[in-house]
Design a protein around this ligand. Structure first.
Ligand code: FAD
Ligand code: NAP
Length: 347
């Protein structure tokens, strides 16, 4: 089938930051064969960069894209197999992640209820091992299929192949654009284990008068908390948490805690302590008397309710957001000697 290739189009509808950057070439694909067909066309245009796009909710477009932007629209959800305890479900990479969560909850397949309302597509979920409220993709991940565009073959990645870490995976470090994730298979449970101790979930369930926990009740609570705390990208451009929560040595955390007793830290199994980046940002600023939280320069800003989220109030471009991010990183480093690492992917 001949796929439609558009030239010099605005990517504004395709990224949740609402950046008005252009793509030199843009096309969508809905199967591995279509992607291979596009690869042939791409080779004709020479050595131009290729960017794979899902829902565009974890990217910052800092400039016009001189190469190809390929939107993954591979659909379909299939129950592959079940045993007395588990369900193995495969979803096309272009399916909505939240749609998949709701689909599984309706069938009482447990494991991803805490990951409700995360924007974007299934195919991007392994990229940074998406996580929220104490659950990460890796906890329910079985395998994925990806097209190795260099070898032109479909490869299966198991849990260990993916090298999942905190907002990290093998794919974040592989050659950009080489592996295009086609589908993801999850191993869900028929016997839910409720994770309610994280953040405000328990409190929210109590507020709603929920006495008997269910995966639906947990997802509903997560949806309510997220809707009240996070800016809706349809209204205010953003890409969720802009930085990762830094992990620091326990000894450094002790020094920090002595100086700032109110700082929260979460000890990890490897002996480091995870510090809430939102707190560090809120308690630093462009100068000593101003906090970054709620700060705004032109249309680029830091969200007033969640300092970890940078926002585009309308006409900010990627460079303005990147400059603000870099100023935040410098001031946090200067004050706390902690390096904030970006979570959002820059293009
Ligand atoms: P995109 O932004 O389109 O792409 C992200 C990266 O993955 C890019 O590098 C892209 O090239 C690559 N990619 C995308 N699809 C493929 C594919 N099929 N094959 C290979 N590479 C691919 N994240 C969390 O982890 N937890 C949260 O709780 C969370 N909350 C958020 C809340 C808000 C309001 C927003 C805006 C974002 C949030 N995010 C969160 C970030 C984001 O939603 C997730 O990282 C999501 O998985 C990104 O999906 P996407 O389809 O939009 O990816
Ligand atoms: P929160 O509940 O206010 O907590 C602040 C930070 O403390 C979180 O970042 C979380 O780290 C950490 N934390 C809280 N309780 C913890 C515990 N029991 N054990 C270990 N760490 C704990 O956070 P929030 O901003 O409202 O977000 C709620 C959840 O949604 C978090 O898991 C967050 O990661 C996720 N979220 C992610 C994005 C994104 O774009 N990545 C955007 C919005 C929300 P973790 O972040 O490591 O969980």
């Amino acid at each position: 089938m001949l796929m439609q290739i558009q030239e010099n189009i605005s990517l504004r509808p395709y990224n949740t930051f609402g950046m008005d950057a252009k793509a030199r070439y843009f096309a969508a694909f809905s199967s591995a064969d279509e992607l291979l067909g596009l690869n042939d066309r791409i080779s004709v245009t020479g050595n131009l960069p290729v960017m794979i796009l899902g829902g565009g909710s974890n990217i910052l477009l800092t400039k016009d894209q001189e190469g190809w932007v390929l939107k993954n629209e591979i659909r379909g959800v299939q129950l592959l197999h079940e045993d007395p305890d588990h369900i193995y479900v495969r979803a096309g990479a272009g399916e909505s992640w939240h749609g998949l969560v709701m689909y599984c909850i309706e069938r009482n397949w447990a494991g991803i209820e805490n990951l409700a309302l995360i924007p974007g597509c299934v195919g991007a979920a392994p990229m940074q091992n998406i996580g929220a409220y104490g659950v990460e993709l890796k906890d329910v991940f079985h395998s994925l299929e990806a097209l190795d565009t260099k070898k032109r073959s479909v490869v299966t990645f198991t849990l260990s192949d993916c090298a999942f870490g905190y907002r990290d995976s093998f794919f974040k470090h592989s050659e950009p654009g080489r592996y295009v994730i086609l589908s993801v298979t999850l191993k869900l449970s028929k016997h839910p284990v409720f994770h309610v101790s994280y953040g405000a979930i328990k409190e929210e369930l109590e507020k709603a008068g929920v006495k008997a926990y269910s995966i639906k009740a947990i997802a509903d609570a997560v949806i309510r908390i997220r809707s009240s705390k996070l800016p809706d990208p349809a209204v205010t451009g953003n890409a969720g948490s802009f930085f990762k929560n830094p992990s620091i040595p326990a000894t450094q955390f002790e020094v920090l805690k002595t100086a700032y007793p109110e700082v929260s830290g979460y000890p990890a199994a490897d002996g480091t302590v995870k510090v809430a980046a939102g707190w560090l940002i809120e308690h630093s600023g462009p100068d000593e008397n101003i906090s970054w939280k709620g700060y705004r320069v032109g249309d680029a800003g830091v969200h007033p309710r969640q300092a970890l989220v940078l926002v585009n109030y309308g006409k900010a471009n990627g460079e303005a957001i990147a400059a603000l991010a870099s100023a935040i990183q410098s001031s946090v480093f200067l004050k706390y000697n902690i390096k904030l690492e970006k979570e959002v992917n820059f293009y």
